[in-house]
Design a protein. Structure first.
Length: 491
């Protein structure tokens, strides 16, 4: 691959088009029916929300809204900016906002956002042409973040910086929205190509047939690519967590001592150095260290093989032959078929073997893998979270009501963790409007979850962007959205 990459590079992307390469296909730009992270990223480019959390601190900024105001603990008003237009030139009105939310809220909606919306809002109503009223089920401290959701007109138009001209199984073609209220994107067109193979994505960039890749290149290969004369590499902290999920309903993993032993057996600093070239930050929980809600005072599980073995002994899982080859017990480790993720899983499996846990790594296409995870048909597995914007994600991922079942197949508590104190505190946290009191609540939640290890937090991988050197102006956000494309140009 690298021999090929040394060939002379002549840019082959059109001067008026920015070519971006991503790893997964996009199925829809409709924000209501976004399934994958990349569906959501495209939706944000086409459909502006009332607010947006694509800021360096992840604090919400006003987007379509000119004012967001709490009128009572269960009533919020949102006033729309007067210059907001959809891509067909029609004004964005309160009726459009109500239409967007009500189509997700209504009974029978097949949107993945239905339950989250229904838990928060009783109704969304237009009070005037530009004034929307949100009626809440209960006080909601995260309201301004929660309305970071793309608005769509009844005719399917968006008010974001771009318009989708074409969406196929291989690419998306975007044009500038001529009625966008903000600063016009600097490139007239964006083409987002869907390329599954990691080596192919990299070769496209170094060969000149792509302009930009964000988080789509193996981090253990980046330093080699850096030697190429026309490739630039930039990195920044992210708000995503990579973690090992442990099925807390499993006979062995339901024992706290076993989960703690697994956490103690994994050498996370060594993995970061070997697999990520140091471009990741050790994690203690969902929230990254640069976030205002982060609590550093939680139990930490630095590698300690002797302690891990003692915990397994105490759990009734002694080593049957001392230093011999026989394991204490066996686990199946499911992961996606991505070659890099499989390689990380195999290193973790080898580390667990050092304390007597035999691990069988099995790779699956993502759809199959994710379906098994949601059903609880796994013992251990590894994934990444969506972008963590506030402490309320502890409710999403650890409240017992979020365990997936027939009525809630998309619940976030896929490790089937149950703790009455966490249920109580995360419920209080989303209702508490005083930020100081709310911080104390989530400090305690972080301590409990870190101690009980329902998942093993691994690291927060840096966002890494590779561009050709003639590309200028792209900025990253902690949640790895593609908002930076609007300010990007080519020489």
């Amino acid at each position: 691959m690298f021999a090929a990459a040394c060939a002379p590079q002549d840019r082959r992307t059109p001067d008026d088009t920015l070519v971006v390469v991503i790893q997964d296909p996009v199925s829809s730009s409709d924000p209501r029916y976004a399934i994958s992270n990349y569906d959501g990223k495209l939706a944000k480019l086409v459909h502006a929300g009332l607010t947006a959390v694509d800021t360096p601190t992840l604090a919400p900024r006003l987007e379509l809204a000119s004012r967001v105001q709490m009128m009572s603990p269960t009533l919020w008003e949102v006033e729309l900016r007067p210059d907001a237009r959809f891509s067909d030139g029609a004004p964005v009105t309160a009726k459009d906002v109500a239409y967007t939310y009500e189509t997700v809220l209504r009974e029978g909606s097949d949107s993945l956002f239905h339950k989250n919306f229904a838990d928060r809002f009783t109704s969304v109503e237009p009070a005037s042409e530009r004034l929307v009223r949100f009626h809440l089920r209960e006080p909601l401290a995260t309201f301004e973040t929660d309305i970071d959701f793309g608005i769509i007109s009844s005719s399917g138009k968006g008010a974001g910086p771009y318009v989708v001209r074409e969406l196929t199984t291989t690419h998306a073609l975007l044009d500038v929205n001529p009625h966008y209220f903000g600063a016009a994107p600097k490139m007239p067109h964006v083409e987002i190509k869907f390329v599954k193979d990691a080596s192919a994505r990299l070769l496209m960039l170094v060969g000149g047939s792509a302009d930009l890749i964000q988080n789509g290149v193996r981090l253990d290969l980046i330093d080699e690519v850096a030697a190429r004369p026309r490739v630039r590499i930039d990195s920044a902290p992210s708000a995503l967590l990579t973690y090992v999920m442990l099925n807390n309903a499993d006979a062995a993993l339901g024992d706290l001592r076993v989960r703690q032993a697994i956490a103690l057996a994994i050498d996370r600093p060594a993995l970061i150095a070997a697999k990520f070239g140091g471009r990741a930050v050790l994690a203690t929980g969902l929230i990254p260290p640069n976030h205002h809600a982060y609590n550093p005072d939680v139990p930490r599980w630095n590698r300690d093989l002797a302690r891990a073995k003692r915990l397994l002994d105490e759990a009734g899982l002694p080593d049957p032959d001392g230093d011999g080859p026989r394991p204490r017990f066996s686990l199946t480790y499911k992961t996606s078929a991505d070659a890099f993720r499989v390689s990380v899983a195999r290193v973790i499996a080898a580390q667990l073997a050092e304390v007597g846990i035999a691990v069988d790594v099995r790779a699956f296409e993502f759809a199959t893998f994710f379906a098994d995870v949601k059903k609880g048909s796994y013992q251990i597995a590894s994934m990444q979270t969506s972008d963590i914007t506030n402490g309320d994600f502890y409710f999403t991922y650890f409240h017992s009501s979020r365990i997936p079942d027939k009525s809630n197949p998309d619940g976030g508590n896929r490790w089937r963790y149950k703790n009455a104190d966490v249920d109580r505190l995360t419920t209080e946290g989303r209702r508490e409007l005083d930020p100081v009191k709310r911080k104390r609540i989530y400090d305690e939640v972080q301590r409990i979850v870190a101690a009980e290890v329902p998942i093993v937090p691994l690291w927060h991988e840096d966002n890494v962007v590779l561009t050709n050197r003639d590309v200028e102006g792209y900025t990253m956000t902690p949640n790895a959205r593609l908002a930076g494309l609007t300010a990007t140009t080519k020489k």
